[in-house]
Each structure stands twice: as structure tokens, then as C-alpha cells.
Design a protein around this ligand. Structure first.
Ligand SMILES: CC(C)(COP(=O)(O)OP(=O)(O)OC[C@H]1O[C@@H](n2cnc3c(N)ncnc32)[C@H](O)[C@@H]1OP(=O)(O)O)[C@@H](O)C(=O)NCCC(=O)NCCS
Length: 261
């Protein structure tokens, strides 16, 4: 493996430096020095501290760790980017002739309207910078344009309004059902006047149940290649992989994160 440097954690000279930096940050949260050293000795925290201190440019983890463990390590080491309220994720769903952004399918179990709006804005921006395609965003629900009344529908309606207020340059409508988002005739019929209904390419799911189940249906029944979860909102690119990830998946996720950074 010419040109590839392997780094051992045991007895590594960076252990003290990393523990010192992390302990300073985490002691107010109740972490002891021993606990911090134990964390830094794990691959997820050690790699995160390499990223934080500029010793590497991208971290790719998760092929042998759970998503919550990767998320906690990335949030504790590199942290949330300035001006961003939360870390979230999106998938690029690649079909033979089309590509979609799906979010949030891996991080936030039950986002508030404000959090949903932030997830949507981050996803639209990253989708555009990675694919070069203009994002047309649909805020998904079991209701289209007021067809049903329920607090869950109100949550998506409010999130849509927040997106429109905060990022008026992004074409976005909601709330809408998946068929209204993707089928032009249904979009026009159920959501007349919408600039995106029927032509949505960035799907924002109302919660993690919908998002995670939705992307897996597209992947397993629809035959899409699912690239992700691609983390967004971190200060530096720390990527998570599914535990079923192939070598190609690892390379794709790393490349996309470099494009976003
Ligand atoms: C992200 C996640 C790990 C956080 O879990 P949690 O129970 O809140 O964990 P913790 O309370 O230990 O949070 C860790 C830290 O991250 C912060 N945090 C949690 N979610 C965050 C988010 N979306 N953005 C930024 N920070 C976040 C917490 O405030 C906490 O900070 P602190 O330790 O400085 O106080 C959790 O939301 C999760 O497990 N999500 C689902 C992931 C998953 O299983 N996906 C499966 C599909 S692939």
C-alpha cells in the first residue's frame, strides 16, 4: 500500500495532546481525565482529534461502529459548524437516470419545525454543491397542501414557512405527500400553483422513522444506489458509513465530503 500511512493508537505521541484538548472541553460535562484518555484511545475519538487538530482532512468511520457512536465522537471532537444549529445527514439516491437528495435518514429522531427547516436548508445547499443540480425541495407529510389536519402536519407546515423565510432562494413547498412531490400530474392536481410539486429532487422527511424507512424502500425495492449517510453541519468532514458498506461506498462517501468541505 504505497503512499498509505498506518497510524497506531497505542503509545502514540499525540495521545497526551488529544487528551488535553478534549478534557478541557469535556470536563464541564463531567468527564474525568481517565475517561477522556479512554475515549481518545478509541479509533473514533482518535481520528476525530486528528481531524480537529489538522492532522488529517477527512475521517471516514462507521463500517464497524454504530451510527450513534460515530455521531457522538464527531460532535465531541470536531463539533458543530458556526451558524448551524444541529448535525444532520442526507443520502444521495442514485437511479439510472435521476438523482435525489433524501434527508434526514440517519441522525435526528424527532426534529422540531425549526430543526426540520435547518435540515432542509443544509441538504438543499449540499445537494447543489455536490451534484451541480438546482435543488427543488419538497417537505414531505401524509397531507398535501392542507388535505389533512394533525399536529404532525402543522409541524411540517411551519418548517416549510421557516425555510421560505430563511432561504427564499431555495425553491421549496410543503406540506406534500410523496406522490405529489414526484408525479407531475398529481403534483399539479393536489398542489396547484406550487413551483416544485411533481418535480421535487430533494425530499425532506418529517422524522427519522419516515426518512430511514423511505430511503431503504427506494434502495431495496426501487433499485437506487444509496450513497450516505452523508453528515452535514459538522465543522469538518467526519463521515459515517453503514456497517454493510463496500470499499466503493467508503471511497464515494469520502469524495463527496471533500466536495462539500
Ligand atoms: C445523534 C445521537 C447519537 C445523539 O444521541 P443522544 O442520546 O442525544 O446522545 P447524547 O445525549 O450522548 O449526545 C451527545 C452530544 O451530542 C449532542 N447532540 C445530539 N444530537 C445532536 C445533533 N443533531 N446536532 C448537534 N449536536 C447533537 C448532544 O447535545 C450531546 O452534547 P454534549 O455531550 O456536549 O452534552 C442520537 O440522536 C441518535 O442516536 N440518533 C439516531 C442515530 C441512529 O441510530 N441512526 C440509525 C439510522 S442509520
Amino acid at each position: 500500500m504505497a503512499g498509505i500511512e498506518l497510524i497506531e493508537i497505542d503509545n502514540n505521541p499525540w495521545l497526551d495532546e488529544f487528551t488535553g484538548i478534549l478534557y478541557k472541553r469535556r470536563k464541564d460535562k463531567g468527564w474525568t481525565e481517565e475517561q477522556t484518555l479512554a475515549a481518545v484511545r478509541t479509533q473514533l475519538y482518535f481520528a476525530g482529534m486528528m481531524l480537529e487538530t489538522g492532522k488529517t482532512d477527512v475521517v471516514v468511520g462507521g463500517n464497524v461502529s454504530s451510527t450513534p457512536d460515530v455521531l457522538r465522537a464527531s460532535i465531541h471532537t470536531v463539533g458543530v459548524a458556526e451558524g448551524i444549529s444541529l448535525v444532520s445527514s442526507y443520502f444521495l439516491m442514485v437511479f439510472s437516470d435521476r438523482i435525489y437528495g433524501f434527508a434526514d435518514c440517519a441522525v435526528n429522531p424527532n426534529p422540531t419545525s425549526e430543526q426540520l427547516a435547518d435540515i432542509a436548508i443544509s441538504t438543499a445547499k449540499n445537494f447543489q454543491s455536490v451534484t451541480g443540480i438546482e435543488a427543488k425541495m419538497g417537505m414531505l407529510s401524509f397531507s398535501t397542501n392542507g388535505s389533512a389536519e394533525h399536529p404532525d402536519v402543522d409541524k411540517v407546515k411551519l418548517a416549510t414557512q421557516i425555510v421560505k423565510d430563511k432561504a427564499p432562494e431555495i425553491p421549496c413547498d410543503g406540506e406534500m405527500q410523496f406522490d405529489a412531490a414526484i408525479v407531475p400530474e398529481i403534483g399539479q392536481r393536489k398542489f396547484p400553483g406550487s413551483t416544485v410539486a411533481g418535480n421535487v429532487n430533494v425530499m425532506i422527511f418529517p422524522d427519522l422513522d419516515a426518512g430511514n424507512i423511505g430511503y431503504k424502500i427506494a434502495q431495496r425495492l426501487g433499485g437506487a444506489e444509496a450513497i450516505g449517510p452523508i453528515m452535514q453541519g459538522l465543522k469538518k468532514p467526519y463521515c459515517d458509513l453503514s456497517r454493510g458498506a463496500s470499499v466503493e461506498d467508503m471511497v464515494s462517501v469520502a469524495e463527496i465530503n471533500i466536495l462539500m468541505s
